[in-house]
Design a protein around this ligand. Structure first.
Ligand code: ARG
Length: 458
């Protein structure tokens, strides 16, 4: 018999019981459910709705139940959900006193509280993990400030850049991921309890007191909104989808870089996997799985958006389907960040190979355009002119440095001997001194800015 069975003449069909139960998923929230119930009980006593003696008994029993769930003595198997599972147990242990726990509360505001408490904790952990990951990027940027690699657009070699600059690119993406989650946390960190089923309650409760006990800076303003919306979860899923997209792109780079035509990095044995058939294979499975799991996080965002889109206010049972996408996403994001930080520390950079590739092709073409622009040639004209020089090189199967000054001067009399200095690989990189560019001085400023961000408290 369920606690809500009063108005029913017959028991619930087994199929319905099983179909409506969410305990397999929401049991993970037990700690938060009990934390919320303890605060709620304290408030009921403070407001004179139950006696302090009753409150003490309920709190002690809740604590005992928590221990029993933790140790596995109490499984809650077959219960409808975590809230009813715990409430039924407290009534079993305390009788009439236990029946007072759910006063001035509904499972609708209770689940909102559990989810907010849970997510608040998890976002805190995820933020710490992002910082660790940023630190790893920062460290790599510091170590490889001399290494030049080919920079790509359209996966075609475009311009050479410093490897540090590349790692810092991800540093800033992670910085924005962190900011998005911090901002989302402000909306998560609001106390919903006291909304009741949807209308509030006629009993003299004190919601601010519950907020104080649970360390929430504020309470929700509207009881209907409180039990209806899950936008704070959607924001988290959205921020997670973007974060995973960043991790997935990094994975793609590392997978390409570790493949044989590139050979830019090697993933150390402990962080790679083998093939069951091909003996020589060493595969980047961790990076591939992170790329794959990104799809699941996108799916979670889509699934909850779709669950919510047609719901009339206020609470609807459809919303129970928010748990799996939320819990799965938290786990994927947490575990991906954790393993990625370690994996990134376990790659060997093949600086020689990067530089060798960086010297291929016409890497100096834009630098030679700039050379002419600095001597007064309009940009478009200089661009056309370099295009013709490239064509000439391709036709005669030579590179920029193979042409003589006389040949260059046939294209433009503005070319001087210093041209050959200007087309050197290092020169092409180090002269990109615009703010945020890959030049050495710009990079130093960027490192300083990144360091400041790392020193900020999250
Ligand atoms: N298990 C439910 C959920 O996750 C709790 C709220 C149920 N409320 C209700 N009125 N049936 O959404």
């Amino acid at each position: 018999m369920s606690l809500w069975q009063g108005r029913f003449k017959e028991g619930t069909d087994r199929l319905v019981q099983e179909f409506t139960s969410s305990i397999a998923v929401d049991r993970k929230l037990y700690k938060y459910d009990i934390m919320g119930s303890i605060a709620h009980t304290k408030m009921l006593a403070k407001c004179g709705i139950i006696s302090s003696k009753e409150a003490n008994k309920i709190i002690q029993t809740l604590e005992a139940i928590q221990k029993d769930i933790q140790s596995g003595r109490l499984t809650l198997d077959g219960k409808e959900d975590i809230h009813l599972g715990i409430e039924e147990e407290i009534i079993r242990r305390l009788g009439k006193t236990g029946e007072k726990l759910h006063t001035a509360r509904s499972r609708n505001d209770q689940i909102a509280l559990d989810e907010r408490l849970y997510l608040r904790d998890e976002i805190g952990q995820i933020l710490d993990l992002i910082v660790d990951f940023q630190k790893t990027h920062f460290h790599l940027a510091k170590c490889y400030s001399e290494v030049i690699l080919p920079g790509y657009t359209h996966l075609q070699y475009a311009q050479p850049i410093l490897l540090s600059h590349y790692f810092l690119a991800y540093f800033w993406m992670l910085q924005r991921d962190k900011e998005r989650l911090k901002s989302c946390l402000e909306r998560v960190n609001v106390m919903p309890l006291g909304a009741g089923a949807l209308a509030g309650t006629s009993l003299p409760i004190d919601r601010d007191y519950v907020a104080d006990l649970l360390d929430f800076p504020k309470i929700t303003e509207n009881s209907v909104d409180t039990v209806s919306d899950r936008d704070y979860l959607l924001e988290f899923l959205g921020a997670s989808a973007v974060l995973m997209m960043h991790l997935s792109r990094l994975s793609e780079d590392l997978i390409l870089w570790s493949s044989s035509p590139f050979g830019f990095i090697e993933i150390r044995d402990a962080f790679a996997t083998g093939s069951s058939l091909i003996p020589h294979k060493k595969n980047p499975d961790v990076a591939e799985l992170i790329r794959g799991k990104t799809g699941r996080v996108y799916g979670s965002l889509m699934s909850l958006l779709t669950v919510m889109k047609g719901l009339p206010l206020s609470y609807n049972r459809d919303m129970q389907e928010d748990k799996l996408p939320l819990l799965e996403t938290v786990e994927i994001v947490r575990e991906s960040l954790r393993i990625y930080t370690q994996m990134l520390k376990n790659i060997r950079i093949n600086a020689e190979q990067m530089e060798k590739e960086a010297r291929e092709g016409f890497f100096a073409s834009t630098d030679l355009v700039d050379y002419l622009v600095q001597r007064g040639v309009p940009f478009r004209e200089a661009h056309q002119l370099l295009g013709r020089i490239v064509r000439h090189c391709l036709k005669t199967e030579r590179r920029f440095e193979d042409l003589s000054l006389e040949e260059y001067r046939r294209f433009s009399s503005l070319f001087e001997k210093d041209l050959f200095e200007r087309m050197k690989l290092e020169e092409c990189v180090f002269t990109k001194e615009s703010a945020g560019g890959t030049g050495k001085r710009s990079l130093k400023i960027q490192m300083e800015l990144a360091k400041q961000r790392l020193e900020e408290t999250i």
